[in-house]
Design a protein around this ligand. Structure first.
Ligand SMILES: [Zn+2]
Length: 933
């Protein structure tokens, strides 16, 4: 009997090998019975009541007095025996029930007992979704929207991901696809504890590969020919016209296009598209417009090369298709190295990119070139079953026959079933001329190879596999007739995945419809300026370039985590800012916690030493931590809601920061450390720390500061710190200070022996090994600052200068930041040196800028002064004498007549008198200051 719809929530409680059905008598074991909160309703009681009408036996029924049996203290040790008993019981049960609701953390608590190995299998019975299936058959892959995830085998996930076509470098759109896939894979593995078997293919036979490799070769050959400049110009002109003809028809609607009238024609025909408009004049620009722009850019470059006579340079993009149209059949493809050279180089570049992005390598990889005989056999079987036919040396899938036998075609995207453009794209650009299809929707399983195309033998003649068939064959070979998850970018849904489904279900068809894939995951696109980022549109940034110029691997992953894996995303400035702010918040938190723990002497060993009596604020933080754990779990369960998860982390870190900076309490380091360790675990699970390994129980980034020494020799690793200390010590000695406290430090600090002890104890974390030297250095500096007020001015200045140098140069250059604290030793933090140096330089630039402004203001004042006194020097009696406007003056020097001999008008006299008075005052001031000389 299937689970009735009303027990949908309970369907998540029960974990069974396949769908939870209870037929006949079933024994159930209720796992996770060692810990429970007596104050809350017990889920086992609830479940037992709910299941009373079913024919089941509960192997470990609750005793009426179970609450009294619960442990009083939280120590787990006495329960090890019970856990082992539980494991044994679980083996015997038909069904194991584990509860993952909010009322208890049973499985998590079980994991903490240290028996994580056998328990993980059971704890993984989690279902990472929230909604119930809208159909009783929730394994139907045509369903969209969240459905409960129930793997075929408890705790195990089989997964096939469509990998790259290895013909070019990967771009950010690929990065989003593979990083999102990696994030989901890591969450399934390291949060839910599934054992995931992940298979990925490389498509190394493909029309795009053939075209790219062949054209590249033809251009190389062409460059070697002994052409005259005129012949080259003639060739490029033909290529230029052919390119316009086939891609930008508006340019050639009138005859006579050449490199001189090109720009004019371009602007007349496509000016509106270049200005951000659309071809139709309506709506928003999309892929069609992006394509036009891409073609125009190739034409721009070719026209320029013709105008400036630069030969082949700049004209490559128009030459490649033209040369291909002339000479493609001349390429000898019995030697496949021109293709394999390309695919092998691109496969390596892809793997390098993935490693740089901290994407876990697949558990198994497959290549089409290594599967051709199996593909031929697979196709033969489909023909034998009546679902494919041969025509003119190619083999096509017979959709009509497939549907007639009771199967459904295009289950993923029924609405795209007759989409010609998508169908054509799926068939590949070299396959348009293949003939013999019964119906336009039928797709190639095997393509006849034409001259100039690589080929393999088959019963239908020399040819090569169609695109979709490879995944059907390779996935079935690795994972059998059914898999849990199949993934790829959203554009693979139709026709690629629908065709894969049809082929595989035809292959495995046994009189009734076969389910080949239980869950499809389609990653959302990354778009740029409204268009999908893609190679064919050339609107991409390669991963190599992005990592060299724009992102670190970590902040790219954070940007992707901020969007839902299945949503289309356009990276905005705002998203970048949010991601940067998230990263620096977590970064600073780790740095501060580490510094505080180091200052306290040693780590607190987690929660064990927590003393929370009378510390309600610490308890509140720990409550927040518990809530965050539940919220994070709920986010992951909600179709891997990583934006939600990122918010949970951010909120918790902010709470912890508020607590840490609360001046009213001495913060509990144990509580803060517990938060930091959990955050470390989560960022580890999300793949944000390339240096970290599961179970991610470190503290902070492994690669931060000078850490991650790996197998570096401790002596070598601490050498820079030891040298910095030696230099500081010598400089302090040279100051010849008489203060006793300084003398004591100089004589008694023994960082060398502290370090030696750490080294002997096996410590290999460079930050910890360096700490004795850093502490000694910092203490000396703290003491210098303490005594400085008692010193004579000259020594004072020397001491302050040294203290600043230690902080701003000696330690900064080592990636160590000192935070001065009141009445406490300075806090020692590890921060990447580059960041500290950049901050120092920025500060220095600011100081320099201030000084420059000050100097400028001083000069301006000086100049104004000079002008003022120059003016003041003139006596009022002389001030109007030099003015040619006047011809006579009175005894005081006031003008009486104008230049033409007429009287100075009364209105003017008043004004002149006023000016005269003002000058008199100014001149008196001048005389007072400089004397009459
Ligand atoms: Zn595929």
């Amino acid at each position: 009997m299937p689970n009735p719809p009303s027990t949908c929530a309970k369907a998540q409680l029960i974990h069974a090998p396949s769908r939870p059905t209870i037929t006949g008598h079933t024994s159930i074991f209720l796992a996770g019975t060692t810990t429970s909160d007596p104050a809350k309703p017990d889920w086992r009681e609830t479940l037992t009541t709910a299941l009373t009408h079913l024919p089941i036996t509960i192997l470990n029924p609750l005793r009426p007095d179970w609450k009294s049996l619960l442990p009083e203290d939280a120590s787990h040790a006495p329960f090890r025996e019970q856990v082992e008993w539980e494991l044994d019981m679980q083996e015997r049960a038909d069904l194991v029930v584990v509860y993952f609701g909010a009322a208890t953390d049973a499985p998590i608590s079980l994991l903490e007992l240290g028996l994580s190995k056998p328990l993980i299998r059971h704890a993984t019975n989690a279902l990472p979704t929230v909604e119930c299936a809208p159909s009783p058959d929730f394994t139907n892959p045509s369903l969209r929207g969240p459905v409960p995830f129930v793997p075929r085998e408890p705790g195990k996930v089989s997964w096939y991901a469509c990998g790259p076509t290895t013909y070019d470098l990967s771009h950010l759109g690929h990065a989003r696809n593979y990083v999102s896939t990696d994030i989901i894979r890591r969450i399934l593995m390291h949060h839910f504890g599934f054992k995931v078997y992940f298979v990925m293919n490389y498509t190394d036979i493909d029309d795009k590969i053939i075209i790219k490799a062949r054209r590249k070769r033809l251009l190389e050959l062409e460059r070697e020919k002994p052409y005259t400049p005129e012949q080259i110009r003639d060739l490029i002109t033909k290529a230029f016209l052919a390119y316009a003809e086939s891609n930008l028809s508006l340019l050639t609607s009138q005859p006579g296009l050449d490199e001189h009238n090109y720009l004019e024609r371009r602007d007349a025909a496509y000016g509106s598209v270049l200005a951000g408009g659309t071809l139709s004049g309506e709506g928003k620009p999309g892929d069609a417009e992006a394509k036009v722009k891409m073609h125009l850019s190739n034409m721009d470059s070719a026209a320029k090369s013709l105008r400036e006579s630069t030969g082949f340079d700049g004209a490559e993009e128009v030459l490649l298709p033209y040369l291909d149209s002339l000479y493609k059949e001349t390429i000898d493809t019995s030697d496949q190295t021109i293709f394999t050279n390309l695919t092998q180089a691109m496969e390596k570049a892809f793997n390098d990119d993935m490693q740089a992005l901290n994407v876990l390598p697949p558990d198994a990889v497959t290549r089409v070139t290594e599967y051709v005989p199996q593909i031929v056999a697979f196709v033969e079987q489909i023909i034998k079953k009546g679902f494919a036919y041969e025509a003119n040396g190619s083999v096509y899938f017979d959709i009509a026959a497939f549907e007639k036998a009771g199967n459904t075609y295009a289950r993923l995207r029924p609405e795209s079933k007759n989409d010609k453009a998508l169908q054509e794209e799926g068939e590949g650009s070299l396959s348009k001329s293949l003939e013999g299809k019964k119906r336009p929707g039928d797709f190639a399983l095997w393509k006849k190879s034409k001259p100039g195309e690589p080929y393999w033998p088959s019963p239908w003649g020399a040819g090569r596999p169609g695109w979709h068939i490879e995944c059907s064959v390779m996935a079935s070979d690795k994972l059998g007739e059914q898999m849990d998850i199949h993934s790829g970018g959203i554009d693979l849904a139709f026709p690629h995945h629908d065709n894969e489904l049809a082929q595989s279900e035809a292959y495995f068809h046994q009189g009734k419809e076969h389910t080949w894939v239980n869950y499809f995951l389609h990653m959302g696109h990354l778009s740029i300026a409204g268009s999908k980022m893609s190679k064919s549109l050339k609107n991409f940034q390669t991963i190599q370039d992005a990592l060299a110029t724009t992102y670190t691997s970590r902040n790219m992953r954070i940007v992707f985590l901020m969007g839902r894996w299945n949503d289309g995303v356009e990276i905005s400035q705002d998203m970048r800012k949010q991601a940067d702010s998230w990263e620096s918040t977590v970064d600073n938190f780790f740095t501060n916690v580490k510094a505080k723990l180091a200052a306290a002497g040693s780590s607190t060993d987690g929660l064990e030493k927590l003393s929370l009596e009378n510390d309600s604020k610490a308890q509140a933080l720990l409550d927040e931590l518990e809530r965050a754990k539940k919220d994070l779990d709920a986010a992951f369960r909600n179709s891997f809601d990583t934006p939600g998860a990122m918010q949970v982390i951010l909120r918790l870190v902010r709470d912890a920061n508020i607590y840490m900076n609360d001046k009213s309490v001495e913060p509990s380091l144990a509580a803060i450390e517990a938060v930091a360790r959990w955050v470390t675990k989560v960022v580890g699970i999300l793949g944000l720390d390339a240096g970290a390994q599961p179970p991610y129980d470190g503290l902070g980034w492994t690669s931060s500061g000078a850490a991650a020494a790996g197998d570096v020799d401790p002596q070598t690793a601490v050498k820079p710190y030891a040298e910095a200390y030696a230099k500081v010590k010598a400089d302090v000695q040279a100051l010849g200070l008489s203060a006793q406290s300084i003398q004591t430090l100089l004589e008694q600090q023994q960082p060398e022996s502290e370090f030696a002890e750490l080294e002997k104890s096996g410590e290999r974390d460079v930050e910890k090994l360096a700490m004795p030297y850093l502490r000694a250095t910092s203490r000396l500096r703290d003491e210098l600052r303490t005594i400085v007020s008692t010193l004579e001015p000259a020594s004072k200045q020397a001491v302050l200068a040294l203290s600043d140098r230690i902080r701003d140069y000696d330690l900064t250059d080592l990636g160590v930041q000192l935070d001065d604290q009141i009445d406490k030793p300075s806090l020692i933090k590890f921060v990447p040196a580059a960041r500290l140096i950049a901050a120092r330089e920025e500060k220095a630039a600011l100081v320099a800028e201030k000084a420059r402004q000050k100097e400028e203001a001083r000069k301006a004042r000086e100049k104004a002064d000079e002008e003022k006194w120059a003016k003041a020097k003139v006596s009022p009696q002389d001030m109007f004498k030099a003015d040619a406007k006047y011809s006579e003056w009175d005894a005081d020097g006031l003008p009486t007549k104008l230049a033409d001999g007429s009287e100075v008008p009364k209105s003017q006299v008043k004004k002149l008198k006023k000016e005269w008075e003002r000058q008199k005052k100014l001149h008196e001031e001048y005389l007072a200051k400089f004397g009459s000389a």
